[in-house]
Design a protein around this ligand. Structure first.
Ligand code: SF4
Ligand code: SF4
Length: 337
């Protein structure tokens, strides 16, 4: 069912929805950008249309709404443990098709990659609903079409934001919030071509010889291991654990899990001081193979959804799209036989 809304009607819709859901969307943190006098576009709780930033791509994804940067798994005291409860309210996220596909990749890792579902991820994920932001043109660094992540039908409500706001309501759960609004037909459009195109090697074309290829040396020279590409990525899911004691006797405290990233020093440290993947090139190789080869072999879809954020945030101007294309060229030129 389609509806047409003015911006004032959209604000009233948000007012009604807010009784039952926390609503998040792309929004501006003024003057919080990486450089002086620049803004940061990130995901925040939104209350009205003016809160949304739709003209610029967010540097950070909606990932942390479902999978927090730092999460307490349990607290302990004198041998007793308890798991902190969650906010009872459900969550609605305004997001683009690539990010819905990105959350699908997180779902696969946390809910399907092993014999057990991740309890902490699932209890948040079950409360999440998707409000699609129609994305018919994309941004300069996007390559979602190459990654087959430009379309999705996994949304509850889809919006086209213009002077008039059009809404397509698919989920019964949200139909009551649109009662009384003017009906208007609306069919969601998806981006069909990006300026940036990526050629992903076929899984069978990636040989062990590629792991020794000289192309990875460029990243040893350029990457500084800051991990911004990992933290901005909608599909990076790695974490580490921290046990934090509250008292001198360490009988009280909590266990937390915190995001970790394959580009960052210490990620592969093991007992005895062993480290895998010491050079930055080896880390880039690991990430690339995971995003466009190994994940596909296991789940039949690429982990990278082509959002381009890793490229947007990299202080060394390293392009992941170019990395994939360089790898593809190496495969096709037969340099890795
Ligand atoms: S690897 Fe880069 S382009 Fe791919 S999903 Fe992650 S941030 Fe987006
Ligand atoms: S953002 Fe760039 S410099 Fe930082 S770890 Fe990633 S590739 Fe390296």
């Amino acid at each position: 069912m389609g509806y047409g809304l003015s911006r004032e009607q959209f604000d009233r819709f948000l007012d009604r929805v807010k009784d039952d859901y926390r609503v998040f969307g792309p929004a501006v943190d003024a003057d919080k950008g990486a450089f002086s006098d620049t803004d940061r576009v990130t995901y925040k709780e939104v209350r009205r249309f003016e809160d949304l930033e739709l003209a610029r791509k967010s540097w950070f994804s909606p990932k942390e709404i479902i999978y927090p940067v730092r999460e307490t798994l349990f607290r302990f005291c004198d041998g007793e443990t308890y798991v902190p409860p969650l906010d009872e309210k459900k969550t609605a996220i305004l997001l683009r098709p690539c990010d819905i596909n990105g959350i699908d990749r997180l779902d696969t890792i946390f809910l399907e990659n092993g014999p057990f579902e991740d309890f902490y991820y699932k209890r948040r994920r079950d409360k999440v609903r998707f409000f699609l932001i129609e994305c018919a043109t994309g941004f300069d660094s996007c390559f979602c079409v190459s990654m087959n992540a430009n379309t999705t039908d996994r949304w509850d409500v889809a919006f086209r934001f213009g002077e008039e706001i059009l809404a397509e309501v698919k989920s019964e759960e949200f139909k009551p919030y649109f009662e009384g609004l003017a009906q208007k037909p609306f069919e969601v459009q998806y981006v069909s071509e990006n300026a940036k195109k990526v050629r992903v090697p076929e899984v069978g074309e990636v040989t062990p010889a590629l792991f020794q290829h000289e192309l990875w040396n460029e990243y040893t020279a350029r990457c500084i291991g800051c991990g911004r590409c990992n933290t901005s990525c909608i599909t990076c899911s790695c974490f580490t654990m921290q046990d934090v004691g509250f008292g001198a006797e360490k009988k009280m405290g909590e266990r937390r899990r915190c995001w970790a990233g394959c580009h960052i020093d210490g990620f592969t440290d093991m007992a005895g001081g062993h480290k895998f993947r010491q050079s930055k090139g080896e880390r880039m190789r690991f990430k690339t193979m995971h995003k466009i080869n190994n994940y596909y072999k296991r789940f039949g879809k690429h982990q990278c959804v082509g959002c381009g954020r890793c490229e947007d945030v990299c202080p060394q101007y390293i392009s992941f799209a170019r990395c994939i294309n360089t790898l593809s060229d190496a495969v096709r030129e037969g340099k890795c036989k």
